[in-house]
Design a protein around this ligand. Structure first.
Ligand code: MTE
Length: 323
């Protein structure tokens, strides 16, 4: 694995964006702000960093007592195979992604289908900050202050029919923008799925920002899923298609290694991954060096600590079988 050492003088990955791109991306943030009746961002901020800021984000109770991982930590150690399989690859390579303009195709069992600009997808929603614990299957975790909107309120706008039992999500396929797609590391597009009640759960969000700033490309710009009680891999990045379907979708990691991952794969400290224990995790704070090897370990909790909110979704299911 290639390790790229970042110099202190290097810009933060979140700063790697052209001014035009920033202004366009702010247009969709303004759509969200306008519909919530709050003041808009200053239109022509000169400072690139200030221009990445998302204004008018409503703070929520989620994670108010957690200490978030630093932005540098969150944006320097990622899984995004479209930009390489190493953890440092996405930060080094994701500048080729063009998140503006961006549209999402809504398909399948819904009253309103078609292609919609990202500004229409999130319009009428108040942007919220939710600080969620995120747990990767490889046993590292971070605390991430997401900026986003509840997925449920987005999905409802497209009038899913009674046949819509699951929601399937797809990432962009464009090897020019996503050079990792020239390799066969995974079958492209990256696909994820949720059962309708998981998708509609109030904890599930579509994120457009982190730490009050527009999502860095390597974190799934311009819009990604966040399902905090599941492994991070459920949280598909750079979404271009949302498909309401009747049958359980086959997600990328299930297709890749069905003996290790299923549709319901989850953070279960009581069931070891076939290749490692799941009892503890390394909490990456982003401070004092980014190496996962030196991060403090903490106990892994059932449903990543969100059992009170979500355990009832799985009552009657043998979660050792649906690993
Ligand atoms: N989405 C796409 N399109 N491609 C990916 O490779 N990796 C998944 C998930 N979403 C992935 C993806 C995995 S394995 C994890 S752990 C999380 O993204 C990591 O998200 P993060 O980099 O923001 O921590």
């Amino acid at each position: 694995m290639l390790i790229r050492i970042r110099k202190a003088s290097d810009p933060l990955p979140s700063e790697i964006a052209t001014k035009d791109a920033i202004l366009n991306r702010r247009a969709f943030m303004q759509a969200a702000a306008a519909s919530s009746g709050v003041a808009l961002l200053p239109m022509f901020a000169n400072d690139a960093r200030a221009a990445m800021k998302i204004d008018n984000v409503m703070k929520t109770k989620w994670g108010a007592d957690e200490k978030p991982t630093t932005l540098k930590g969150i944006s320097s150690y990622n899984n995004f195979y479209e930009f390489g399989t190493g953890k440092e690859d996405p930060a080094a390579n994701a500048h080729t992604l063009k998140p503006d303009p961006w549209s999402i195709e809504i398909a399948g069992q819904a009253g309103r289908i078609g292609k919609f600009g990202i500004e229409d997808i999130i319009r009428d929603n108040q942007l919220e900050e939710r600080i969620y614990r995120m747990r990767c299957v490889e046993a590292w975790s971070m605390v991430i202050p997401w900026v986003g909107v509840p997925l449920a309120s987005v999905l409802k706008k497209f009038d899913p029919t009674s046949q819509a039992k699951y929601v399937e999500f797809e990432t962009l396929v464009d090897p020019k923008q996503m050079p990792g797609q020239r390799s066969r590391a995974l079958d492209w597009p990256y696909v994820e799925g949720l059962r309708m009640d998981e998708a509609m759960h109030p904890l599930t969000i579509l994120a457009v920002g982190i730490h009050g700033e527009i999502l860095p490309n390597q974190c799934g710009a311009p819009i990604r899923l966040v399902v905090p009680w599941k492994y991070g891999f459920k949280s598909i990045k750079s979404i271009v298609k949302i498909n309401f379907v009747e049958k359980e979708p086959v997600n990328t990691w299930q297709a890749q290694a069905a003996n290790e991952y299923g549709f319901y794969s989850n953070v279960n400290p009581e069931r070891d991954h076939p290749r490692w224990s799941q009892k503890r995790e390394r909490r990456l704070t982003g401070e004092g060096g980014l190496s996962a090897l030196f991060a403090p370990t903490v106990e892994t909790k059932m449903f990543n600590g969100y059992a009170d909110e979500v355990a009832s979704l799985y009552s009657g299911m043998d979660l050792k079988k649906y690993f």
